[in-house]
Design a protein around this ligand. Structure first.
Ligand code: ATP
Length: 349
């Protein structure tokens, strides 16, 4: 069993900067855990502590039932895949994958079996004799993964492995990584700042901010029920619309559909608005003036300022954002810029 448990983990860098401020996460055996958050939130620091590349200032890191705080990286039974691949340029693909195993003194026959198996899974078999410079970015990334796979570790650690790839390849490799992990069933921790990657890969999603965990859970649960306004605006693109409203007003507007009317902040996902002159029973209706339109093919984003001329919505103290609302509608039909429309929320949180 290879659970990874972080118990009140802290990291203060020399110089006194507190990068991780007490993090608790439980990754079950075979689960895919994604650490997501904005630049500087501490996700790489946390991953590097699990790998043993950074010391732990406080708390415990437990891999497979053993506290590893003092265990050398090579003895942790983990394999890490880096953003820059870290391949040896002068070695063939075969030797890049074999290198770590040879260092451990594994017999050549066993190495050959493992490298060939990994090459087959990753569709690298025809390229084993090539050097990294003779490969595409996606192929290099697969070699980097092959090097992790041949180790047959208890845990895979991924540090933004796809960020050097172009958009199309990123999506293809994202699907490949997920399929691979399902097939090998190896406990994985994956760092990214890309919320879409996080949503699609994770069994368990950890949203971090400022060295702390904002929310942990199933990605769809987090999308549906963000615990904080930070999570609400970080998970989902374009972000959830956040408005401050008086709690009594929210209750009367939302009726039975009402989600949590936390601290008077109402969150409505762009896809949960419809353009209509009617206010659905128990719904919220807003007058908007269309300011911008983004057509992306199957759907269109309408950016509107709250209110119509001469009919502005009374500003509520502490209202956020100052009035812009994003509405997602299917298809490419959209009202023209400047049009006064009404939107109704079919769901709110
Ligand atoms: P990114 O997505 O930009 O890589 P991240 O979430 O992975 O960001 P970390 O690299 O873990 O963030 O850094 C967390 C914080 O710790 C940052 O404020 C960073 O400046 C700081 N930090 C990282 N490494 C060191 C170090 N060696 N010494 C001092 N501070 C550091």
């Amino acid at each position: 069993m290879a659970n990874v448990t972080l118990r009140n983990v802290r990291k203060t860098y020399p110089g006194g900067f507190e990068a991780i401020k007490g993090v608790n996460v439980d990754v079950g055996d075979g689960q895919f855990c994604v650490l997501v958050g904005p630049s500087g939130c501490g996700k790489s620091t946390l991953l590097r502590m699990v790998a043993g590349l950074e010391t732990v200032t406080g708390g415990d890191i437990d891999i497979g039932g053993r506290v590893v705080n003092q265990v050398e990286p090579a003895d942790r039974d983990i394999a890490m895949v880096f953003q820059n691949y870290a391949l040896y340029p002068h070695m063939s693909v075969y030797n890049n994958m074999a290198y770590g195993l040879r260092n451990r003194g594994m017999p050549e026959a066993e190495i050959k079996t493992r490298v060939e198996e990994a090459a087959r899974i990753l569709e690298l078999a025809p390229m084993l004799e090539r050097k990294p410079r003779q490969l595409s970015g996606g192929q290099r990334q697969r070699v980097a993964m092959g090097r992790a796979i041949v180790r047959q570790p208890k845990v895979f650690l991924f540090d933004e492995p796809l960020s050097n790839l172009d958009a199309k390849l990123r999506i293809a490799m994202r699907v490949e990584i997920r399929k691979l992990q399902r097939r090998l069933n190896t406990t994985s921790i994956y760092v990214t700042h890309d919320q879409l990657e996080a949503m699609t890969l994770a069994d368990i999603l950890v949203v971090m901010n400022g060295g702390q965990v904002e929310q942990v859970g199933n990605p769809l649960d987090i999308y549906e029920k963000p615990a904080t306004t930070f999570v609400a605006s970080f998970i989902g693109a374009p972000p959830m619309n956040l408005m401050s409203t008086r709690p009594d007003e929210i209750k009367s507007q939302l009726g039975a559909n009402g989600g949590g009317a936390d601290a008077g902040i109402l969150g409505i996902r762009p896809e949960d608005f419809v353009i209509t002159d009617q206010t659905p029973a128990g719904g919220v209706a807003l007058p908007l003036t269309v300011e911008a339109i983004e057509r992306v093919g199957a759907e269109t984003f309408v950016y509107g300022a709250r209110g119509h001329d001469g009919e502005r919505v009374a500003a509520t103290p502490g209202e956020l954002p100052p009035g812009e609302i994003i509405v997602r509608i299917p298809g490419a039909e959209a009202p023209p810029i400047g049009q006064k429309i009404r939107v109704a929320a079919i769901r709110a949180k």
